[in-house]
Design a protein around this ligand. Structure first.
Ligand code: GAL
Length: 405
């Protein structure tokens, strides 16, 4: 339950944005959405954090890789920064046995999944796995359709803490009821398991998923390109009013560190995910993060920025949104925080460096003076009057936290 003052803050925030956008109805809808039930397994009270194999490794998964990833995350600061769930995506499964029990690829996962989950747990991390709500996964491995309870029981026996459920090969199946069936099977298994719905926004999950899953993808797959990040942000940000503790919009996993974007673009990508209260699921080869290359240093600097992570993980659980978008390409985003401060993002989508201004009025501060912390430069400005100007690199972001004084 959110304390009364915080609920009032959320309401105020929503009113403010509504006035700015001129859509009066949104306030009521936003509050109504926030008040609907969420998937009540007590998990994901803040957006889930972890790592997933798909963005970097695709089908090339193995027990050895997952062990090395768990070792890396326990040693490179990621676990201590909050990254928890180590998830094997598609391609770990090959068949069902005579009793219908799902079977892992024995060449890549000798000994099966249970010892691997035990190993990940022994590193102080949690273990996630992938399936599909349809007949086959996207890579044509057996899906969970018709085996929902059996699979949930198997996962619980293995010690699975997180399940991502995809939507390939599901023709003719009704998404809301099929995903609810899997929710019920997971609850019945008796093990607390974070439930990640991955139907790419194709059945308007923001309308039905909050009482079903802990997170739901809002878009098609991310790629390691700035244009992909911008397209996803523009789609996922539309459903900001639905997100709340236990139930999050998922704009897909991170590409930070995979090499396709500049340092500024990766910073902006990570900042946007944080201000949108998105799940922070790293998708890079974390085994190379301690290397002495510039790329590894930049990746560490981004993925381990605790001040930015704290914006994502704030207990108020509000998805931030755009409060100023003029001139086009220059945006100011705002996310209200539990302590009464505001996280503010100055985003430059244009192709030249530009100064962007956030006014205290636009970000909803009622005081003239504010303390400002730059969350990438790690610098404080103790008393800033009425507005903050920053030169923002092209395809880059300046992220601030602003406390009223
Ligand atoms: C897609 C999904 C990706 C990944 C892939 C595996 O449908 O969106 O995140 O899981 O399937 O085949």
């Amino acid at each position: 339950m959110i304390p009364v003052q915080q609920e009032a803050l959320v309401t105020l925030f929503r009113r403010r944005v509504t006035v700015l956008s001129g859509i009066t109805l949104l306030v009521g809808l936003a509050i109504a959405a926030r008040d609907t039930a969420h998937h009540d397994n007590g998990l994901a009270r803040t957006p889930p954090m972890g790592w997933n194999s798909w963005n970097h490794f695709g089908c090339n998964v193995s027990a050895l890789l997952i062990r090395q990833v768990a070792d890396a995350m326990a040693g490179n600061g990621m676990r201590d920064a909050g990254y928890q769930y180590v998830t094997i995506d598609d391609c770990w499964q090959v068949a069902r046995d005579a009793n219908g029990v799902i079977v892992a690829d024995s060449a890549r996962f000798p000994g099966g999944i249970k010892p691997l989950a035990d190993y990940v747990h022994s590193k102080g991390l949690k273990f996630g796995i992938y399936t599909d709500a349809g007949r086959l996964t996207c890579q044509k491995r057996p899906g969970s359709y018709g085996h929902e309870e059996q699979d949930a029981r198997t996962y619980a026996q293995w010690g699975v803490d997180y399940v991502k459920v995809d939507w390939c090969n599901a023709e003719g199946i009704d998404a809301p009821s099929q995903y609810a069936k899997i929710r019920d099977a997971l609850l019945k298994s008796g093990r607390p398991i974070v439930y990640s719905i991955c139907e790419w926004g194709s059945n308007r999950p923001w309308e039905w998923a909050p009482p079903v899953g802990n997170l739901w993808r809002t878009t098609d797959d991310i790629t390691d390109r700035w244009s992909s990040v911008m397209a996803i942000v523009d789609l996922s940000s539309q459903y900001w009013h639905v997100a709340k503790p236990g139930a999050w919009n998922d704009p897909d996993m991170l590409e930070v560190g995979n090499g396709g974007m500049s340092r500024d673009e990766y910073r902006a990508h990570f900042s946007l995910w944080a201000i949108m209260a998105a799940p922070l699921v790293a998708g890079n080869d974390v085994r190379t993060m301690m290397d002495s290359t510039r790329m590894a240093a930049a990746t560490r600097d981004i993925l381990l920025n605790k001040e930015v992570i704290a914006v994502d993980q704030d207990s108020l659980g509000v998805q931030g949104t755009v409060v100023e978008n003029w001139p086009p390409q220059l945006q100011v985003w705002m996310k209200p925080m539990a302590d009464g401060s505001r996280a503010v993002l100055l985003l430059n989508r244009a192709s030249v460096p530009t100064t962007i201004t956030a006014t205290w009025e636009r970000v909803g501060l009622k005081t003239n003076q504010a303390r400002v912390r730059d969350l990438w430069a790690h610098k404080d400005s103790s008393s800033v009057r009425e507005r903050y100007n920053a030169l923002v690199p092209s395809h880059g972001a300046v992220m601030l936290r602003v406390w009223p004084k």
